[in-house]
Ligand binder design. Sequence first.
Ligand SMILES: C[C@@](CO)(OP(=O)(O)O)[C@H](O)COP(=O)(O)OP(=O)(O)OC[C@H]1O[C@@H](n2ccc(N)nc2=O)[C@H](O)[C@@H]1O
Ligand SMILES: Nc1ncnc2c1ncn2[C@@H]1O[C@H](COP(=O)(O)OP(=O)(O)O)[C@@H](O)[C@H]1O
Length: 291
Amino acid sequence: MSNPAIPAAAELILPAPAKLNLMLHILGRRADGYHELQTLFQFLDFADELGFALRTDGQIRLHTPIEGVPHDSNLIVRAARLLQMHAGCTLGADIWLDKRLPMGGGIGGGSSDAATTLLGLKHLWHLDCSEDQLATLGLSLGADVPVFVRGHAAFAEGVGEKLQPVTLSEPWFLVAIPQVLVSTAEIFSDPELTRDTPPIKVRSLLEGGGRNDCQPVVQKRYSEVRNALILLNKFVPTRLTGTGACVFGSFPNQDDADKVARQLPATLPSFIAQGRNISMLHRKLEKLVEK
Ligand SMILES: C[C@@](CO)(OP(=O)(O)O)[C@H](O)COP(=O)(O)OP(=O)(O)OC[C@H]1O[C@@H](n2ccc(N)nc2=O)[C@H](O)[C@@H]1O
Ligand SMILES: Nc1ncnc2c1ncn2[C@@H]1O[C@H](COP(=O)(O)OP(=O)(O)O)[C@@H](O)[C@H]1O
């Protein structure tokens, strides 16, 4: 199906889905300042969309700027240039982004855009590089990029790069979007953040178990997040994803999620999407390969 936000010139249109951190424990801080974590990633069927067209002059042009993000700093452009350099590829690309995921929301939009760019351009440029290579390249762009490259729900350790695929139930999520941008770096540098949660084994982690260690710090600093947690908790157990700002609750079906969404005030936008173990991107890529 075509997307009116992406011109017909695009030869390849791919989704860049959101993720949730169903739990997020912080175990410690490494010498380089990064934090050792344990987190459970699941994808949502809610996504940005990217269009790609081949250029033969080697240039990378993103035609849909994001306000406040310079062209060359956009993770899409950085991912494209990194792949070009790594593969010694002389081809370029025109790229269009239909941004639907709230930014700075802890649902991984920028990282997912980067992963979709790596996989999309591998396809467009007919590159012979492995998923392992793309995940390693992705990690240099952000801790969350590898899970989007792999496309399978996962228990993650290290700084988020040691991934163990898991199969979870696939409930419907109501995700509320407090109207505030939370900086990941700011939360990780907060002196009040606890960094001593003991490691747990994935098999001992019951679905819905664990917690988000960032939540106390984020809700203390941002009243918008605090209020959203209070409000949504009246209907369903609610938790922060990543370093926020989004908060979520799960439901057995879409109707139940809809009923709660309708009761939220207009000042707290939200969306509903199903949690998925295989990302939308990988489901679409599989279909392309089958053709
Ligand atoms: C916390 C998580 C959980 O999924 O998600 P978000 O809330 O950002 O989506 C991620 O680990 C974020 O991953 P990502 O957004 O790719 O982070 P990066 O760009 O690599 O790092 C941003 C900043 O966060 C801090 N950081 C990030 C990851 C980590 N394990 N330890 C850290 O201390 C560092 O200060 C770094 O400069
Ligand atoms: N393609 C992109 N999409 C979103 N954000 C981007 C992108 N490229 C760079 N950024 C920068 O990354 C920051 C974090 O974005 P995002 O991934 O949406 O948040 P989070 O990591 O909290 O889920 C943004 O505020 C923006 O400055």
